[in-house]
Design a protein. Structure first.
Lengths: 213, 112
């Protein structure tokens, strides 16, 4: 007997993500999912970001890694709530992990919730976490063709943060080619250039965040 | 692997809600922009199915192209070489139309 179906494979994840999104929207929480390869600078960007916020701001971070709570320890001394999600092998965050990690947290009072995904340009793409926006980081020590090699990730991103621009004089990376590649895959993508080391461009990144609050 | 596990979980739930017969075959629709490599998914599915209560189980893959819709002329076109411009009229004013599917499309159930 053949039974026709129209069922999304990740419908259980999508269902939980939808309840999270509804909760974030109801309370005006801007939730941002940060995705990149390992080592592109997600944690560094969050360090510079948290450092720049006044202590009274209501910001929180969930940071995902396969092992260790090193990232949470790097981020927690800025005084904002940080929780580590250790996936124990999974190469991405899923909505259930986020839901569990938020238990007992006053999510409703937040302005911004950052979700730092596991460093991986493939698997996180498929998992909706209930975020309002997605940012993908690309650093200038990678290849300009990453948007073409990983089109799904860039296609689903609202923002590309081009990081480590202080290193541009020392690497063959062609920033304009990388941006052109990102725009081919996602014509609507916004792009900001930053250096978490020198602080260059972080004002543009903060302005982007502010526009979403 | 977790996507393959989600496929099997969905498939068990659907089989149970359709009378509980054994699943002999399942159809999957995978878009080019889904972030899933069909051959890797097939490998993971076969690995999880082997020796389980679902063994033997065959999968049919339907691959969906990456498409965009032209806001100027309305054409839905396949994106080739990452080119987002309309293949019919050349307009750059286009929007996403498809390619991120990851769906279960049918089950073939044996009589319980």
């Amino acid at each position: 007997m053949r039974v026709p179906l129209e069922r999304k494979v990740l419908n259980e994840n999508d269902r939980i993500a939808a309840t999270l999104r509804e909760r974030f929207q109801k309370h005006g929480v801007f939730c941002l999912n940060l995705i990149s390869s390992p080592g592109s600078g997600k944690t560094s960007l969050l360090e510079r970001t948290l450092e720049g916020f006044d202590a009274g701001r209501r910001i929180a971070v969930l940071t995902g890694d396969i092992q260790t709570d090193n990232d949470a320890r790097r981020l927690e001394h800025f005084g904002f709530p940080v929780r580590q999600i250790t996936t124990g092998g999974a190469c991405h965050l899923d909505a259930r992990m986020v839901e569990r990690a938020l238990e007992g947290w006053p999510v409703e009072e937040l302005e911004i919730l950052f979700l730092e995904n596991v460093g991986n340009l493939v698997c996180p793409t498929s998992y909706d976490l209930g975020e309002e926006a997605r940012a993908v980081l690309l650093s200038v020590t990678e290849g300009e063709d990453k948007p073409l090699k990983y089109p799904a990730t860039f296609h689903h991103a609202d923002l590309m943060v081009l990081n480590k621009i202080d290193l541009l004089p020392y690497v063959p990376f062609q920033a304009e080619v990388a941006k052109e590649n990102a725009r081919r895959v996602q014509p609507g993508i916004e792009i900001v250039d930053v250096s978490c080391t020198t602080g260059e461009g972080l004002d543009r990144w903060r302005a982007w965040l502010d526009r979403h609050l | 692997m977790s996507i393959a596990a989600a496929v099997l979980e969905s498939l068990r739930a659907e089989a149970a809600s359709h009378g509980g017969g054994r699943v002999a075959r399942a159809g999957l629709r995978i878009g080019e922009l889904s972030g899933v490599e069909p051959e890797s998914l097939r490998f993971c599915l076969e690995t999880l199915v082997a020796g389980s209560d679902l063994d033997p189980l065959a999968f049919d893959f339907e691959i969906c192209p990456w498409t965009r819709r032209c806001r100027a002329c309305g054409a839905v076109f396949r994106v080739v070489e990452w080119n987002p411009a309309c293949s019919a009229c050349g307009s750059a004013d286009t929007e996403a139309a498809g390619g991120d599917q990851m769906e279960l499309t049918y089950l073939e159930l044996e009589e319980p």
